[in-house]
Structure formats: structure tokens, C-alpha cells
Design a binder for this molecule. Structure first.
Ligand SMILES: Nc1ncnc2c1ncn2[C@@H]1O[C@H](COP(=O)(O)OP(=O)(O)OP(=O)(O)O)[C@@H](O)[C@H]1O
Length: 269
């Protein structure tokens, strides 16, 4: 496991989380954009090797929370936060965190496939070069990542063709493979299938179910059927607040909170 801070080895022993299976423990997280309080007093644990779906109407703070996990919000000058996200005994929001190492361990895939306008192979080795992975490991890592992203059979004979020659669904699987080359622990997926057709979406969903055997996945989705098909737990957000967090089956069949029921039955949102 790579070190996220220079002092990592000397860090105090990991704080115990509530459940042995929790990999990310969010405590009293608040995120602001200027005066806009986008995420409010959020506390939740995220299970490892499981899929956690974040749902809720547009603007409720799902992506803002997701982006805070690997510090993508740092790139937005008016954004600030309070609270903690504990990961292996370390507060990811602390100034001591090495953000480059963090993003290696907690990778992110965005709504629109965003391959570099270079070859498929170049897209895959970019992160390896950046993180100083020895060249003699590249071939194996590329093949392994493409296999895990269920793309190997489709591209193995065209690795030096432009990534832009792939279909949208293939490009998105390539972006997932690109994240996998550097062996992350957690994958953050921000509506990864919303720009894809139903067949490509089904492939991404299948892939997510495969990947959760090895990785922890947090996914933002607008598609409630998708959340119910692929996630183990679902968190429903409204107006910056976590309204209900439950096992997915339970949340979609017998939610505890009226607001959740209204949302999943299409009464608002
Ligand atoms: N880069 C930004 N700068 C300023 N405000 C932002 C920024 N990104 C999001 N916000 C604001 O934060 C709030 C939460 O937005 P966020 O994108 O997290 O919601 P969301 O639930 O992911 O919405 P959507 O489903 O539409 O993507 C909104 O009020 C939004 O306007």
C-alpha cells in the first residue's frame, strides 16, 4: 500500500471505524462553494468491496461529495470544507495528505469518457509513467487492466490505434482501465454511463459488478434502476443532506423516510 503522507508509517494507529467492513468513514463533512453550503453535516461509512450508490435530485451535492473523497474539489478555489473522511486511519481532508498518492489509491472516472487523443496504449501507460512504475511491468499491467475492464478482447489487436476511434462505451471502459493500471483501492464513478446507450450501459453495469470483487466502488447515478441493479447500499441526498442510507433492496422497497419514498416513486426530483 502506497503512503499517502510522508509520515504515514509513523502515524498513530488507525482509528477504529464503527464497522470492520468500513473503508471510508465520513464524519461531519460540510462542503461550501462560497456561501453555498452544498454538503451539510454528512456522516456515513462506505463498505469495502461493495458498491455504494449516491442518488438524489440534481444539485443535491452527490458529485460534490464524491469529488471530495479524492480531493478533486481542491481544484475549485471557492470550495472549502470542514469535517473528516477517514481512510485507513488518515483524514483525507488533512493538509498533510499527499494528493497525488491519494488519487493513485482512490481513482475517479467521469460522466463523459475523456481519453487522451492518443493511442489506446498511450492512454494506459500514461499513469504508469507518471507514477514511475518500471517499464518492464507496463505490458502486464496494460493487459491486466484491459481484461479487468472487459475491453481486452476488443482492443488487443489495435492497441496503437487512436483511443478516439473507440465507441463511447469502449472509451468509458478504457477510462476505467486507465484508472486500474495504477492499482487503486477505491473507484469513484460519477455517472459513468449517463452518456452511453443502453447496450454500453449494460456492459458498464456488468463490469461494475465484476470490479466490486476487488475494488470498493462509489457511484453517483441519476438512474434509480441502475442503483437498484448494481449497488449494495444506497444513499439518498436532498438539498445537501443525507436523508436515508440503507441496504439498496430495503431503500427501494420499504424506505424508512417519507422523502425517500416520494423521490423513488417519482413524486419529485
Ligand atoms: N464548481 C462549482 N462551483 C460552484 N458551485 C458548485 C460547483 N459544483 C457544484 N456547485 C454547487 O453545489 C451544489 C451541489 O452540486 P453537485 O454538482 O454536487 O450536485 P449533484 O447532486 O451532483 O447534481 P447533478 O446530479 O446535477 O450532477 C449545487 O448548488 C451546485 O450549484
Amino acid at each position: 500500500m502506497s503512503m499517502l503522507t510522508a509520515e504515514r508509517q509513523g502515524a498513530k494507529s488507525a482509528k477504529m471505524t464503527d464497522e470492520a467492513n468500513t473503508i471510508l468513514n465520513v464524519k461531519d463533512l460540510n462542503i461550501y462553494y462560497g456561501n453555498n453550503h452544498a454538503v451539510q453535516e454528512l456522516s456515513m461509512g462506505i463498505d469495502q468491496q461493495a458498491v455504494t450508490a449516491l442518488i438524489g435530485p440534481s444539485g443535491c451535492g452527490k458529485s460534490t461529495f464524491l469529488r471530495s473523497i479524492n480531493r478533486m474539489n481542491d481544484l475549485i478555489p471557492i470550495s472549502r470544507n470542514t469535517g473528516e473522511i477517514d481512510y485507513q486511519g488518515l483524514n483525507l481532508l488533512s493538509n498533510e495528505v499527499n494528493v497525488v498518492a491519494l488519487r493513485k489509491e482512490i481513482g475517479m472516472v467521469f460522466q463523459r469518457p475523456n481519453p487522451f487523443p492518443k493511442s489506446i496504449y498511450h492512454n494506459l501507460v500514461h499513469g504508469l509513467r507518471f507514477h514511475g512504475v518500471p517499464k518492464n511491468e507496463w505490458k502486464e499491467r496494460v493487459e491486466d487492466s484491459l481484461r479487468k475492464a472487459a475491453l481486452w478482447d476488443e482492443v488487443k489487436d489495435r492497441l496503437y490505434e487512436s483511443a478516439l476511434s473507440l465507441s463511447g462505451g469502449q472509451q468509458q471502459r478504457l477510462c476505467i482501465a486507465r484508472t486500474l493500471t495504477i492499482k487503486p483501492n477505491v473507484l469513484l464513478l460519477d455517472e459513468p454511463a449517463s452518456a452511453l446507450d443502453p447496450i454500453a450501459t449494460a456492459k458498464i453495469e456488468e463490469l461494475i459488478l465484476e470490479l466490486k470483487k476487488e475494488f470498493t466502488i462509489v457511484i453517483v447515478t441519476h438512474n434509480m434502476q441502475q442503483a437498484s441493479r448494481i449497488s449494495d447500499k444506497t444513499a439518498f441526498f436532498y438539498n445537501g443532506r443525507l436523508i436515508e442510507y440503507n441496504q439498496t433492496d430495503k431503500l427501494f422497497s420499504t424506505p424508512d423516510v417519507k422523502q425517500t419514498e416520494d423521490y423513488i416513486s417519482g413524486r419529485f426530483g
